[in-house]
Design a protein around this ligand. Sequence first.
Ligand code: ARG
Length: 470
Amino acid sequence: MTSQTNDKKLWGGRFAEATDRLVELFNASVGFDQRLAEHDIRGSLAHVAMLGEVSILSAEEVAQIEAGLRDVLSDIRAGTFEWRLDREDVHMNVEAALRDRIGPVAGKLHTARSRNDQVAVDFRLFTKEAALDLASKTRALREVMLAEADKYLGRGEQDAVILPGYTHLQVAQPILLSHWFMAYVAMLERDEGRFRDAAERMDESPLGSSALAGTPWPIDRHATAAALGFARPTANSLDGVGSRDFALEFLSACAILSAHLSRLSEELILYSTFEFGFLTLPDSHTTGSSIMPQKKNPDVSELARGKAGRVFGNLMGLLTVVKGTPLAYNKDLQEDKEGVFDSYDTLSIVLRLYAEMLPKTVWHAEATKAAAARGYSTATDVADFLARQGVPFREAHEVVGGLVGVASRSGRQLWELTDDELRAAHTLLSAEIARQLTVEESVKNRLSYGGSAPQRVREAVDAAKAALDP
Ligand code: ARG
């Protein structure tokens, strides 16, 4: 970026003194908003075409401006465009470059427009695209996780991979690994929905709101909205230039998705440890240690977990920027962009990495099943057995609690208790019930809708496939 100061500012009319150097630096957004260049030129092309349609500009003027804008765009795409700090932002860089090329007629482009509606439309175009792109990347990860759920469900009850289900990170009840995957599939489905909802709500063009109050020119806002692919123009000019809730919604959908991905990350990190030994992450998506040769570190997951911090921060940042600003536009709003760019970039890469990494992650079915059997994970099944025989559940719970105490004090599992010990706890119990306390049996019985029985999970997987591929 260059920083000449030989230009007269586009807004310089009333100013007698040059802008202070530090103010210029502080004020400039071109360092980051040049990312909106394509959107800015698209907005200008729609605006100038409309100005021609309603005869505010002549066909000749429109043609000159359009050709100039396309010329500027090809320079930007080629990387040969000279971005200038003294030209402050993307809008004035483009406009000044247009004037350099086509002369004073360039000044007619800004008729019936302000940078306030210009930046609002550029940023909406960007954010809408970003929301739809993250929606489809979220969908891609969902497809991957669904395929994993399908894979580990196997062909029948026998080969479905069993995982310990936890509450409070204490072994609770056995579940299917596929059921665990499907939980994330459900979260990702809502995440995708949040991006699509946000994209739909922000699908309104603020262009033509002008500075804040609208304009006396006979512009056609419906035409520019349609040309830019928006469903309609925004209905209130103050709202059009002054609101950023579309960006807040995008950032909050990003934050919630990040929260989900950080939970997934935490589980993968934990399950890949020597102590758990449930899974092995692929070499391609892990790193080594420069001092400890044995190490294989889950950096992708740790970063995915850690990056939730910046993604949450971006939401908090913009909420704080918007809070308390009076209507309509304030320069505070220039602070709206970097967080959106950052959350978009961060999640684009995390979603992609997980979509690549999960199919290459190897789950150790023996280890997960053995872990699922420990920790008295089938104690609820014994209580349910008694309750089915008419014992009130609370009483059954008490009985089985006593048995868990006996077993744990002697370092045994429930199925290792003797016939006498079981009968002593309750006359309805015997070694027979103990033999039925397998994790397979426990999982098989979780037949309630949304439960972890293989049959239910198969239905859930089929329904999720149909939802993805109707
Ligand atoms: N760079 C500014 C922004 O990003 C553009 C709008 C400036 N408008 C103004 N009246 N100064 O918000």
